[in-house]
Design a protein around this ligand. Structure first.
Ligand code: NCD
Ligand code: ZN
Length: 350
């Protein structure tokens, strides 16, 4: 099975020493990725953005290619006058992290109204606002729903700003999105389509499934599946692949994040197939609302106003066992047998 090589509109590629392995695993499957800026220090200037992109490029194996769409971190202290230079340096968007909601977000935004000048400038420059939509102070299962009024405020106050609500996890967010204008989209991860909070803490604790926003109830997962399979084009793929070394996951105070890059396309292929949804556009019948190829390789590009990728992803029907770890990182579905092997054509084995 061959489909257009996929985009991943939300990845964490990290920094050395993790960077090289992560970049190579990601480039093995994906042609283009939207790179998150929550590094240390964060990406807040054109120079930092250019340096980070160069580090990513240098981490690729020989013959590998990965197109990087870069983002910067929106801080209240960020001078709006630096945004044109960030755009010039290649930024396609700016990421809003409410303060303290996730990894490296202590410096995040305390009140979305405090970044009005930056949002105004982003709107003017045509930069996309990517939002981690969780309100910091609420009960963890309610944080996404509680952030929605802030999202509404942004969308109505900046009437031509394009906004992506990242990694939606709740029925409330899906329904809110459906009522918003088409310039508001959302990414959905692989893991939130497959797990609920029961998988994380319902039995023994599973630190490698712990992420932000936390996986929610079965009813929420069903709404996410309906959003993806409904094929509106508003909900496109962003893995939020977020590796941490095993020592920082299996710890008394462990980090949030699930490493999905190496398995995402294989797991999605099974999920779509199990729901009777075609993998490729060529196999899509009139009665099918969508295909895996749309979700991963068309809808996000269309939302961002980008050309479709030209490469091919080969999804071979070939069983393989997900490694117990990639370097120091334990991946999603470690040790499990998957039915599809995904490999981008043109990308070399790491
Ligand atoms: C991400 C990380 O580790 O950088 N963690 C996560 O649980 N998803 C940050 C984020 O996207 O929230
Ligand atoms: Zn993320």
């Amino acid at each position: 099975m061959r489909i257009t090589a996929p985009d991943d509109f939300h990845v964490h590629l990290r920094q050395a020493p993790l960077l090289q392995g992560i970049v190579r695993d990601t480039a093995h499957v994906f042609e283009r990725v939207l790179v998150m800026p929550n590094t240390d220090p964060p990406i807040v200037s054109a120079e930092l953005l250019e340096n980070y992109r160069a580090e990513i490029d240098a981490a690729l194996a020989s013959g590998q290619r990965l197109s990087t769409l870069m983002t910067f971190k929106l801080l209240s202290s960020l001078d709006p006058e630096t945004l044109p230079a960030l755009k010039e340096a290649g930024a396609v968007g700016g990421k809003l992290y409410p303060a303290g909601v996730t990894t490296n977000s202590e410096d995040g935004v305390r009140d979305v109204r405090s970044i009005s000048p930056q949002l105004e400038m982003m709107q003017e420059l045509g930069l996309v606002l990517e939002v981690h939509g969780e309100s910091p102070n609420g009960f963890v299962l309610d944080r996404e729903a509680e952030f929605l009024p802030d999202l509404e405020w942004i969308v109505t106050t900046f009437p031509s700003l394009r906004v992506v609500l990242e990694h939606v996890t709740s029925a409330a967010a899906v329904h809110a999105l459906e009522r918003m204008p088409e310039r508001v989209g959302a990414t959905i991860t692989v893991h939130h389509l497959l797990i609920t909070l029961d998988d994380v803490i319902g039995g023994k604790i599973r630190p490698h499934l712990f992420c932000k926003p936390v996986a929610k109830r079965e009813a929420d997962r069903e709404e996410l599946l309906a959003a993806v399979f409904g094929g509106s084009g508003r909900f496109f793929f962003g893995s939020d692949s977020a590796p941490h070394p095993v020592s920082e996951k299996e710890a008394s105070c462990g980090c949030a994040g699930v490493y999905t890059a190496p398995v995402a396309m294989s797991v999605l292929a099974e999920l779509f197939e199990d729901h009777g949804v075609p993998l490729s556009e060529d196999d899509r019948k009139e009665t099918d609302a969508t295909s895996l190829e749309r979700f991963t390789s068309r809808d996000g590009a269309a939302f961002y106003g980008l050309e479709r990728n030209t490469g091919i992803l080969d999804l071979a029907e070939e069983e393989w066992v997900v490694p117990a770890s990639y370097g120091t990182v334990v991946p999603f579905r470690a040790g499990k047998i998957l039915r599809y092997k995904a490999k981008k054509e043109g990308g070399n084995e790491p």
